[in-house]
Design a protein around this ligand. Structure first.
Ligand SMILES: Cc1cc2nc3c(=O)[nH]c(=O)nc-3n(C[C@H](O)[C@H](O)[C@H](O)COP(=O)(O)OP(=O)(O)OC[C@H]3O[C@@H](n4cnc5c(N)ncnc54)[C@H](O)[C@@H]3O)c2cc1C
Length: 254
């Protein structure tokens, strides 16, 4: 029999039982789970894990969740947005408690990842919970030594329904903590006197916020499928090279 390891197949990931060490609500619909994971092998910014729930009758449900914490963090953080008619996210947001066990498998993914040593400029575009892996990249960047960060400017364009739906709002508003130029686009309601964008992400916005193609930014786009496809198409229309654009789709709808 062929030994798959000998021909370069990745080792099979085992399910690990993590323990919920802390939880905190990011918004009305999104919650961060801080997990202690014995034997966690480490991860790269942008990777995700699979989460498995097993009912008493043996029924299983499995979903993917991006890792919010940077590689430098001692614990693993996931941020889950509750879909009211969903199977798994309401359990993770409303039922799971500190001290509970949670089966996870990972880290997964080698494409939608960024290390500060790869350089920039870095242009991050998120919709909704698509901010999660991009936050891992910004946190990784913030933790990097100055000599690696020096030539890597970071910009984030983040689309959310309302200001209250902005995940990691405190951290993003204090730009110094993430050290990125943050632009918000609110699609539903904006508070009186709102100075940011108040529409869906469009071509003009991408041109205003991002770098021109001749500066060859590395672009990461993450969120609901329609947003990701629209943004990726617009970036190519503007003239960005497709190989510099990496995308991750979270779900079927916005
Ligand atoms: C690589 C990857 C990383 C992900 N990372 C995150 C993350 O960090 N945080 C996070 O909250 N989610 C993330 N997701 C989405 C997550 O895997 C689930 O799809 C989501 O939590 C819904 O699961 P559910 O069981 O609650 O809903 P389901 O029972 O699967 O679906 C319920 C309803 O919602 C629709 N739906 C399913 N997924 C979505 C979605 N993402 N957006 C809108 N509608 C949807 C379905 O069509 C259905 O109508 C990620 C997905 C992928 C592929």
């Amino acid at each position: 029999m062929t030994d798959l390891r000998a021909v370069g197949a990745p080792p099979r990931l085992e399910w690990l039982v993590s323990t919920v060490a802390k939880v905190h609500n990011e918004t009305r619909r999104a919650r961060t789970l801080v997990l202690d994971v014995p034997l966690w092998p480490g991860h790269r910014a942008g990777q995700h894990v699979d989460v498995r729930l097993v009912a008493e009758d043996g029924y299983q449900a499995q979903r993917s969740y991006s890792i919010a914490s940077p590689p430098e963090s001692p614990s693993l953080e996931l941020t889950v947005e509750r879909l009211d008619d969903g199977e798994v996210s309401p359990y993770l947001c409303d039922v799971l408690r500190v001290g509970d066990g949670l089966e996870i498998r990972g880290p997964i993914g080698g494409y939608f990842v960024w290390d500060v040593a790869q350089g920039g400029p870095l242009f991050l575009v998120a919709g909704g919970s698509g901010i999660v892996p991009l936050m891992a990249m910004m946190r990784h960047y913030a933790a990097a030594p100055n000599e690696l960060r020096a030539d890597v400017p970071v910009r984030l364009l983040y689309s959310a329904r309302t200001l209250d739906d902005v995940i990691y709002r405190d951290e993003l508003e204090m730009g110094s903590r993430v050290d990125a130029r943050v632009s918000l686009a609110l699609t539903r309601d904006a508070p009186a006197g709102w100075g940011g964008y108040r529409r869906r992400i469009d071509r003009a916005m991408l041109e205003e916020v991002g770098w021109p193609p001749n500066e060859s930014p590395r672009v990461f786009v993450c969120g609901p499928t329609p947003l990701v496809e629209s943004v990726a198409n617009l970036l190519v229309e503007i003239g960005h090279v497709p190989s510099r654009i990496r995308t991750e789709r979270f779900g079927p709808t916005g």
